[in-house]
Ligand binder design. Sequence first.
Ligand code: F6P
Length: 362
Amino acid sequence: IKRIGVLTGGGDCPGLNAVIRAVTKAAINEYGLEVLGFQDGFKGLVTNNYVNLNLKSVSGIGHTGGTILGSSNRDDPFRFLTMVDGKQTYTDQSDRAIENLRNLDIDALIVIGGDGSLHIAQKFYNKGVNVVAVPKTIDNDLGATDVTFGFNTAVDTASEAIDRLHTTAESHHRVMILEVMGRYAGWISLHAGISGGADVILIPEIPYRLECVIQKIQQRYEQDKKFSIIVIAEGAVEKGGEMVIQRMDHTSHDPIRLGGIGNKLAQDIENASNIETRVTVLGHLQRGGSPIPYDRIISSRYGVAAVHAVMAGKFGSMVSLTGSNIITVPILEAIKELRKVDPEGEMVGTARALGMSFGDCL
Ligand code: F6P
């Protein structure tokens, strides 16, 4: 192994630059490798768009947000938007990407990505590419690792938002709803809710009932707490209800709810109870900005471990935090199924013991 490639795929996430920096530094300092960074995710692999990464180019980026390489969640080489006879159509460009890797003499590729990017990484591995993956997503819903980098920064941002909403909620005797990200899993909602002291935590894993949410708000009124804070994951659903679809995902055509469910809940609470309710959709504030120290550290550990995995020939694997150690696991394990909150688990139990409601009247 003399030369490696690295790319960041999917939605951005605090800590991406810290991983790129760690990969580059470890590759150069520990093994004297050359490092090429592909631009805008897998798109750069198909279009052969890359930059040389060296100690100078990654210096001073560990604490910064975004990704110096750019990212994209639209570009899948196996289903790549191409012009054929003047018409836009999807074609398989994976062979072209592999040829680019071969022509550049790249011996291994480090893919920093979430579920979508790791599915693509696995397909390249199946076609013979030496791939090692690093688990990224603010949603924390990848399997086979205790944590993905970026998650704790998102929780920090959401938690601060709850703190700020508390004071204004109390001043105006209002219900304040904070909608956070989490399409399929409620990790951000649950962790930020516990940290910020929310009264109601709504997550996709526990369908809520409006009457139970209102019951909790009214109980608080009776205890002279004339305000309530609700944190809701964008993927939360009302029991027996439909998902609130705002628009379609670029690649998978899965529904993404942007400001949908929080607004619906506010309307429903006002209609049913006359309690003044306001909504804040935190949106991409959770993805932007500097990683907190935890994420800078875990990103650095992941980046260095990915280079060690490459040198140990552990291809088709992902670096993972398991307990307090960084280990490697098959990418297949990580993408087998999304890691969801256990409704019967200790975290939900902790929140319930603190008097928080999941909108299920328990
Ligand atoms: O998967 C990460 C995530 O932040 C989801 O929680 C959210 O639904 C999605 O990305 C938003 O994606 P986009 O930036 O493409 O709208």
